[in-house]
Design a protein around this ligand. Sequence first.
Ligand SMILES: [Zn+2]
Length: 461
Amino acid sequence: MLQRARSNPVGRALALALVVLLTSLGAQAAERRFLRTETLPRQLRAACPLCPALLPNAALQEPPQEPPQEPASRIPTAQEIDSVLRELSAVTGFRVRRQLPFELITRDQVNKYLKEQIRQSVKPDEIRAEEVTLKKFGFAPADFDLKQTTIDLLTEQAAAFYDFHRKKLFISDWATVNMRDAALIHELAHALADQNFPIQKYLSKTNNDSEASMAREAVVEGQASWLMLEVTARRSGRSLADPETARRLMATDSDSSDSEYPVFSKAPLYLRRTLLFPYDDGERFQQAIFLHDGKPAFARVFRQAPASTAQIMHPDRYFSGEMPTSPDLPKTLKHAKPFVEGQLGELETRILLEQYAGADLAESLGPRLKGSDYRIDEAKASHRMTLLYLSDWSDEDAATRYFDAYQKVLRAKWKQIEVTAQDDAHFSGKSEDGYFTLVRDGVRILSQEGFIDPPVTEPRP
Ligand SMILES: [Zn+2]
């Protein structure tokens, strides 16, 4: 059966059921940010905006905070919840429609909860399709176990979550008081948004288009993360509307090497980047829409969802409605059938570039991607998997640079590679995965990989 690719179906399925507040990167990045902003209340220092769909497994260890803090042994009172909901409503204009139950949960319970959610909502075929895709592109090693890594990551990271089905908030019993206070704002922001724009419906209405899914997750998590900063800032008479406050609060450290989070820090770059994207890039996106629209920005991002990771990273493309292109791939060969297909948008293309050609090139070249399509076909008899990947660039210079960078990807992701032909528009040969051909034609680049015979198709005009 042909699967539509989704970036991490395990994490995404969880995102449809609950939004989790993750601690590790988010918390640490937030911590560093707040250390630079002495005037802000200390509550903000601990927990932040990581509630993504999937995160690493720091869960099995001691809570990661520095000097041990008092555990949040106390469930927030109804009065406390009501007061935070009012603060959130004042910022967003969203109506508070009902109160919410809040419950403490242990790490063991978090782990069981996650496994049950995955069992109910993710099909093994979807997990396999995603694993094959990640491995074919070189995002993950051959022995990578997507489901287990995702469960481990989330168990490590989940400090709090909001369950859409049960309309209930959970907070882990190991969360510190500071984390709890920040988590309360973040999770109540989800709950309030859900009372005005049902989030589950919003997240699931993407026809399994992974670019649209990631963009919508960035709206959900980015808004909750942004609101956590804004509500706390307002308590001390500040606002993200002030450029200086925004500059200090929203600065992110792109890389924190957190040895306290072994699962997270060992996870493939792809998982780490896609996990953080909804929080970090989503928060900057919400800020851009807020500065542009004021209060209506909070409803706008739900009514008019962004369609791609590029729109999240470049809000001007959201305002102008610029969509990724979808170049046509060569047809599936006679003896094969399509196994999985999808698009590699700006986020994933940047991750691939960062992993194999460096962060600087990822940063400069990523925005010049117009769009790309890929498909993995499976040979009917041998079950051999072939990858077809066609990308479309803004100009020939960008295409030439990607053509060079993608050769580095090919040389590095395989153990053995024998190059048989190479010029400024062709690169072909054989690896342990089979024959490959990389061709640049104007602004388009077609890679065909894993064939039993040398592939011949050129990109279409
Ligand atoms: Zn969240």
